[in-house]
Every structure is written in structure tokens, then in C-alpha cells.
Design a protein around this ligand. Structure first.
Ligand code: URA
Length: 233
């Protein structure tokens, strides 16, 4: 027997705090009945569903999505178009969620899966999964920015970013590689350099490269090589 909030958090999709909030808001059913008490003990094989969707999906699914701007990375946000809205009907109710988030105005590679443990592993801070972004800025990028990113930019709030890499493509554009994923990280790093981001697109996430043949809003299942890549991270 395990606490219901712990069982939800173990999927990797919600923190313990988020799980408690979900439960208290009446969105979670245990054995088919709404349960609002996070401390309820649930048997390992007792069915748990969030918004009617069983957790612990019956089959793992791994999709690469080319996220367009204007779509939020969460699975359920009233009044917003979510990444799930871009998928085919058959993928809407199998517990898919994005492994990591991109801002609403950020484009590019997003992995969608219902494999909580894998997502948890890819997103764990100690995994340091590389993320590469194509970025355009207002202002002129130069070698001082390259050096600052190499050493670790200090953000406005004093947070010291891990060392990354900035590869200049032009005065206003670059590839930036990060080994962590803090909130608005690229935007905050470049804002700290006085060069606000005007366009951001993720082109790599760990071993996965954005398939540029996918149109914005397009998606496909990962191929065998890509699956091998994410499981050997
Ligand atoms: N960094 C950002 O600032 N935004 C994103 O969407 C991803 C990384």
C-alpha cells in the first residue's frame, strides 16, 4: 500500500505538491471513486485516474513534436491550446505529457511520452541531459558572451548557471547548449548579458535531434535509433 500522492508523484508527471493539489481539487479517482485525501493508502494494483485518464498507461508511447509558438507545454490549461491538442485523437487520452517544458512562444523539439520513469530520469537535474537551442537576440553577440556562457552566466537573481556553450552563427543568432533546464533559462541568461531573446527554438534534447522535415505542429513516433538513444541516457 502506498499513499495516493506518492503514487501519482512516482509517475514523474507531478511533484508531490502538485499531486496533493490535484487530489484535493477532486480530479483524481481511486478505484473509480473521487478521492480528495492525498494520504489515502492505495493498493499497488488499484486503478488510479486523473481527469478520467488512467495513470500507469497500458502501453508506452514516445512522440517527437515540433512545437509551434502559441501552444502551451502543459496538458491541460483552460483557455489555452496545449500540445495535446495538436495530436491525433488516438493519442489524446493515453496519459501523454511533455518531458520538460518550452515557453509558449518557444518552438522546437518536445518529447511527449506516457513513460513517467523515463521522463523522470531524463529530467532529473543530475542527468544533465544536453539541450541545444537556436536563438536570435536583440543586440550584438560577441566573444564576451561566448566566454560568459562557457564560465556560467550569473542570472539577475544571483543564480549561477552551469557552464554551457555558445556558438555564434551571426551577430544576432547563435546555438546555445545547456546542461540544465531552469525556468526561462535561455531568456534569462541572455537578458543578463543585455541581449534579450527575440526568437527561440530547441533543436536538440539529449540524443534527440529535431526532425526538420516535421512541419511546425507536426509529430511522429520516435524511430528505433532514437528510442535506443533515450534509453541509454
Ligand atoms: N529557455 C527559455 O528561456 N525558454 C524555453 O522555452 C526554453 C529554454
Amino acid at each position: 500500500m502506498e499513499r495516493l500522492d506518492k503514487r501519482l508523484a512516482a509517475t514523474g508527471r507531478w511533484s508531490r505538491k502538485e499531486a496533493r493539489e490535484l487530489i484535493r481539487s477532486g480530479r483524481v479517482r481511486l478505484d473509480g471513486t473521487v478521492c480528495r485525501a492525498p494520504e489515502t493508502k492505495a493498493a499497488e494494483d488499484a486503478p488510479v485516474a486523473v481527469d478520467g485518464v488512467p495513470i500507469g498507461a497500458d502501453r508506452p508511447v514516445y512522440l517527437m513534436l515540433h512545437k509551434p509558438a502559441g501552444v502551451v507545454s502543459s496538458t491541460d490549461e483552460p483557455g489555452e491550446r496545449t500540445v495535446l491538442d495538436l495530436l491525433g485523437e488516438e493519442y489524446r487520452n493515453i496519459g501523454l505529457f511533455p518531458a520538460g517544458r518550452l515557453d509558449k512562444d518557444t518552438e522546437g523539439l518536445l518529447l511527449l511520452t506516457n513513460d513517467g520513469p523515463l521522463a523522470h530520469c531524463l529530467l532529473a537535474p543530475k542527468s544533465h541531459v544536453d539541450k541545444v537551442y537556436y536563438v536570435e537576440v536583440d543586440g550584438v553577440l560577441d566573444e564576451t558572451d561566448v566566454e560568459a556562457v562557457r564560465r556560467g552566466v550569473v542570472l539577475g537573481d544571483g543564480y549561477e548557471c552551469l557552464p554551457g556553450a555558445l556558438e555564434l552563427l551571426s551577430e544576432h543568432s547563435a546555438h546555445i547548449t545547456l546542461h540544465e533546464g531552469k525556468y526561462h533559462q535561455v531568456k534569462r541568461m541572455l537578458a543578463a548579458r543585455g541581449k534579450p531573446v527575440t526568437y527561440l527554438k530547441r533543436i536538440r534534447f539529449g540524443p534527440l535531434e529535431l526532425d526538420e522535415s516535421l512541419p511546425k505542429g507536426g509529430w511522429r513516433a520516435l524511430n528505433d535509433g532514437e528510442l535506443k538513444g533515450i534509453f541509454s541516457q
